[in-house]
Design a protein around this ligand. Structure first.
Ligand code: ATP
Ligand code: DNN
Ligand code: MG
Length: 211
């Protein structure tokens, strides 16, 4: 069974698409954004950076026009999102699945983004940003992941280095740090490849699992 990861974060605009790109390029994995609200499509942002022979991207289950919470964007189009209607793309490759917003961003009146990870038994990768107040947002997210008994692979820190913040979150979550991403002037192929190499070293994968 190939590995399947769910990239989520403590907020929206946290760098999930960036982290998904780094993971997909590092692992030569496929990418899938099941629910997209607004443009540009995250898939179109990721695709040009997947410079390897194996990665491909998969079509969204729901592609909504408005850059809003998925439940609200869906309502505008008289669509109701239900996790049961979302089918896993057919692939034998490692799959990177990107959420929308944070774990409790609603996809309908009843369901949240994190229900997709639960439904497909995906291993969660949590992006924690670094800002004043991000310890609280990170711990709330981590507590909810634990309460819902999600499998968590680890944390990616995104933002200016703050070891005090990072160590607190790691100690209290018990999750490992998979990668640290600094604020970059521009996201280029070189930057994606550099973080992809760093990620592989941190994951310490045997070479046959590296795509
Ligand atoms: N470390 C970083 N350095 C420079 N730019 C960054 C960094 N992290 C994120 N960004 C930029 O911030 C913006 C938001 O990031 P991104 O699109 O990855 O967020 P997201 O969590 O995927 O949002 P959404 O919830 O809409 O899917 C993008 O333009 C991205 O390139
Ligand atoms: C449109 C935006 N960029 C994201 N894709 C969706 C963010 C949903 C946030 C919902 C919320 O928590 O209020
Ligand atoms: Mg995104």
């Amino acid at each position: 069974m190939p590995e399947r990861y769910f990239i989520t974060a403590i907020h929206t605009d946290s760098g999930k698409t960036l982290v998904s790109t780094i993971f997909a390029q590092a692992l030569h994995a496929d990418y899938w954004k099941p629910i997209q609200a607004g443009y540009p499509r995250d898939t179109d942002t990721v695709m040009p950076f997947l410079q390897n022979k194996k990665s491909r991207t998969h079509k969204e289950a729901y592609l909504l026009q408005a850059p809003m919470s998925p439940h609200a964007a869906a309502r505008l189009e008289h669509v109701e999102i239900h996790p049961a209607t979302i089918l896993m793309p057919e692939t034998d490759n490692t799959l990177i699945v990107e959420g929308a917003g944070g774990i409790l961003a609603p996809i309908s009146d009843e369901y949240f983004v994190i229900d997709i990870a639960k439904k497909f038994d995906l291993e969660v990768i949590l992006v924690c940003n670094i800002y004043l107040g991000s310890i609280n947002h990170s711990m709330l997210t981590i507590n909810e992941l634990k309460r819902r008994k999600l499998k968590v692979k680890g944390i990616v820190f995104n933002g200016p280095e703050n070891l005090e913040t990072e160590q607190f979150i790691l100690k209290h979550s018990g999750y490992p740090c998979l990668l640290r991403i600094k604020p970059e002037k521009k996201i280029t192929q070189e930057i994606i490849n550099r973080y992809a190499i760093e990620l592989l070293a941190n994951l310490n994968l045997p070479s046959e699992k590296q795509g």
